[in-house]
Design a protein around this ligand. Sequence first.
Ligand SMILES: Cc1cc2nc3c(=O)[nH]c(=O)nc-3n(C[C@H](O)[C@H](O)[C@H](O)COP(=O)(O)O)c2cc1C
Length: 282
Amino acid sequence: MKLSIPVAETIQKRHSVRTYEDRTLSPQDRAALLDYINQLDNPFGVPVKKYITDKKLSADGEKLGTYGVIKGASTFLGVSIPNTEMAPVAAGYEFENLILYATNMGLGTVWLAATFNRDSFASAMHIPKDELFPAISPVGYPAAKRSLTETLMRSTMKSSSRKEWASLFYQEDFRTPLTKSMAGAYAQPLEMVRLAPSAKNAQPWRVRKDGNTYHFYANYKPGISKGEEAIKRVDLGIALAHFHQTALEQGLTGTFETMPQEDVAIPENTHYIISWHADETN
Ligand SMILES: Cc1cc2nc3c(=O)[nH]c(=O)nc-3n(C[C@H](O)[C@H](O)[C@H](O)COP(=O)(O)O)c2cc1C
């Protein structure tokens, strides 16, 4: 489904917000978010559950903790998925679309996969026991000034910068950098991949263009835990939402497919996720 908002413009506006005004969401804004939640879907055929919870509604005496990272927010969004390979990718895709909707409404958000108390949020949101619970986000009105904690976090992670095209995008093999002119109409969808948020701003997305096909990979070192690996796949899902929604906004069509990768020498630490096969007419 194509989002009913200016996608590339909203992607360029979005940044993480960890410091909020101390007031609750207006009933209108809450209703609009719920409406969006009910419209979301993903092109990977995975059922993704979304949640919205007010802090005051949490189970008796339970503290919805964010380890001092989030200030002022009283409403939180959440996402849960079945334990399958594509599910974290689908979660990244759908939840990022929700984040873009919220951004377009003037609301602040920040993906949280680590700095929140998973058990207390799982119970407040009634996450099914057999589902994975990869992330939440506060949602509210951004404060005029960032907290010191937030300012320090942003500078440590270099949150306002991104890797260059040459380290992310390739032509045919992994030796030739893909330039914007080689990408043609897909320069903009790829640029929106580059601007995506990612856990610790690691920017693990790699893309290889081969003819009409864009192959997506996740870059990460061996030895990371299953949970960390799932978050890398969430990062890829976020990038795929930016890519797909920007392509649709430009009238570019195609399909996501799993395609064989035997004919290409894939560098170490690079893990294939999925491919976008653009329609010939594009
Ligand atoms: C999957 C994912 C998980 C994240 N987890 C956390 C987290 O646990 N705590 C936090 O403060 N920020 C978290 N972030 C926010 C990133 O640090 C942030 O997106 C990145 O530094 C880029 O900054 P920007 O969002 O302002 O562009 C996460 C982001 C993503 C995409």
